[in-house]
Write a protein that binds this ligand. Structure first.
Ligand code: ADP
Ligand code: MG
Length: 589
């Protein structure tokens, strides 16, 4: 019997590989730019026509190729970047599999002009459907220009899968933007149908590059951060919690300069913002992780768009912690002198505002007194909210943010040293209670208060199981709840901070929270959800008149918090108006 198994011809193998590596025009753009980056280019020009279907041309001023290399480059598995298996552990280049050029050349008409630095003549090569059509000497500037014409001309089926011109173009713009974000030191220019899309000059760093690509509105809301552990460095830009988006765009991760998607990293980003933004809003950030290439496998996806970490959960926790600290230490101590300097003109109004916020959050720490653990001072009969009442305060909040009045028994009006602020009293008090509960829990003892009369609460079948499972954790949170039978539970004690709350309603709300998050969440994330439910109960409601002392106490406690700017549900606690804002409202500037 004759054999029926045969080895596929190279051309066919390349075409099959192209199915994985070259999904759409943007994939070609990505691969070609990566080659230019690897060639050490400082300028990369990308020109596309008809969203890349008609033409993709990438021109660089990199190292170029010799005549011989120019031909070999299009062979399958031809690469100059690795030569042995051990090299796989230390990849610092974008490419290493030697697949891109051979794959691309098998599904398009390719022309390349390349010359090595310092060599007078270069090489011209033309390839069609994987077959060499032409090659020879040609005059060429140092570097490489490669032109991909009529992508997928020989696989019409693939052409049909392409999306609208606008969609394909947007993928191309994304591909160039990602590479540009990873390498601010390289100039990137993109044109479509000969019209400029952008031209990004070499810039001084990621903030500048973010500004060039994404403009001012996003960039002015980004906080720069950096941190790390051992040899892993995590740095970049993340949006202030007050700036959120309606979708997941502008959440970008770069591992050793490579744009990647990774579920653990996304999760870490959301975990960092957990109690800072509303559930249906999304954070933004450009997060860079540099680490030993041996700790990450980039060889798990044909286009290297996904990566796998050797120790996924360690990286997750590190990223979350670094981001968390950046968001929290947004209130890092600033001295009076710094504020003066920021006022001095070089800083924008925004920068000044930022410094004041920082100062306010740290002012109390600088005061030396620690009233964090003291209860809120809701004592004394409510005073009428008169403006002169400010004189009655024995000690204004470090003279930087002092209450002036209360509006509609719901919002506190306060003066800051560069303008004024409105504080949502309920949100502010929730934040204060939330962090107190967190601290008590972390210290291992949430003070408990026995109820004089135990309170009964009934739960349905599905809820009983959830609650029973959660009873030990509830105990740690300061509750004493026992099962009575028949779906009835008895609440015998509650956390001391919850004494004023309706115990039955509180437990019901916690169970509701367990229903929503109990199955998916990790225990620590779930705990914060429960703590935020708890904090909401005894928090000062809207429509409650506060005395000046109470307002001062609340502001003081709020700015002693780690994350004073939002309530645990992510709503803002403070709205600020600088004098400039106010003057602008009255057309004085
Ligand atoms: P890989 O990037 O994985 O090595 P490619 O198929 O993308 O594989 O490229 C093959 C080889 O061609 C590269 O290893 C490199 O030596 C050479 N090459 C490709 N593009 C360029 C370029 N723009 N400048 C210089 N050399 C290049
Ligand atoms: Mg490559």
């Amino acid at each position: 019997m004759s054999s029926i198994i045969k080895i596929l011809p190279d051309n066919l193998i390349n075409k099959i590989a192209a199915g994985e590596v070259v999904e759409r025009p943007a994939s070609v753009v990505k691969e070609l730019i990566e080659n230019s980056v690897d060639a050490g280019a400082t300028e990369i020009f990308v020109d596309v026509e008809q969203s890349g279907k008609r033409l993709i041309r990438v021109t660089d001023n990199g190292c170029g190729m010799s005549r011989e290399d120019a031909r070999t480059a299009f062979e399958r598995h031809a690469t100059s970047k690795i030569s042995s298996e051990s090299d796989l552990e230390s990849i610092r280049t974008m490419g290493f599999r030697g697949e891109a050029l051979s794959s691309i050349a098998s599904v398009a008409q390719v022309a390349m002009l390349t010359a090595r630095q310092g060599e007078p003549t270069g090489t011209m090569i033309a390839i069609e459907g994987g077959t060499l059509k032409n090659s020879g000497d040609a005059a060429a500037p140092p570097g490489t220009a490669i032109e991909i014409n009529h992508l997928f001309y020989n696989i019409p089926a693939r052409s049909k899968f392409l999306k609208s011109a606008a969609t394909e173009l947007s993928h191309i713009i994304d591909a160039v933007s990602h590479q540009a974000m990873a390498r601010p030191d390289i100039r990137f220019r993109l044109t479509h149908d000969t019209k400029p899309v952008f031209d990004l000059p070499r810039s001084s760093g990621i903030r500048d590059r973010a500004f060039q690509i994404h403009g001012n509105e996003l960039t002015e809301n980004l906080i720069e951060f950096s941190g790390g552990r051992d040899s892993v460095r995590v740095y970049g830009l993340i949006a202030r919690p007050t700036y959120t988006r309606g979708d997941r765009t502008r959440q970008e991760f770069y591992i050793n300069g490579r744009f990647v998607k990774n579920a653990a990293l996304s999760h870490a980003l959301y975990a960092a913002y957990a109690d800072l933004i509303m559930r249906d809003r999304h954070p933004a950030g450009f997060i860079f992780i540099d680490l030993d290439p041996a700790l990450v496998d980039v060889n798990v996806h044909p286009a290297k768009a996904e990566v796998r970490f050797r120790n996924q959960s360690q990286i997750h926790d590190l990223v979350r912690d670094v981001l968390r600290e950046a968001l929290g230490s947004h209130g890092r101590p600033v001295r009076q002198a710094d504020i003066g300097a920021a006022d001095g003109g070089q800083g924008s109004a925004d920068r000044v505002k930022e410094v004041v916020v920082d100062f306010l959050s740290s002012a109390r720490a600088a005061d030396g007194a620690d009233t964090r653990t003291s209860p809120l001072r809701f004592d004394g009969p409510p005073l009428s909210g008169s403006l002169t009442a400010r004189a009655e305060l024995d000690r204004p909040i470090s003279a930087l943010l002092y209450p002036l009045a209360q509006v509609h028994d719901s919002f506190i009006v306060a003066q800051s040293n560069d303008g004024m602020a409105l504080i949502d009293q309920h949100a502010a008090h929730e934040r204060v209670l939330f962090e107190k509960l967190q601290d008590q829990y972390a210290a291992g003892q949430v003070p408990q208060q026995d109820l004089l009369l135990p309170v009964q609460a009934e739960f349905g079948r599905g809820e009983q199981g959830l609650l029973k499972e959660y009873l030990p954790e509830l105990r740690k949170l300061g509750f004493l709840v026992e099962e009575f039978g028949g779906g009835t539970f008895v609440i015998k004690a509650v956390p001391a901070l919850m004494t004023g709350a309706d115990a039955r309603q509180l437990l019901t709300d916690i169970v509701d929270e367990l229903k929503v998050h109990g199955k998916s969440g990790r225990l620590d994330a779930l705990r914060d959800e429960v703590l935020s439910v708890m904090a909401c109960h005894p928090a000062v409601k809207v429509h409650r008149r506060l005395s000046m002392q109470e307002m001062a106490g609340l502001l003081e406690d709020l700015f002693a918090c780690r994350m004073p700017h939002s309530c645990p549900h992510g709503r803002p606690t403070v709205a600020r108006f600088s004098m400039d804002d106010i003057k602008r409202m009255f057309k004085r500037i």
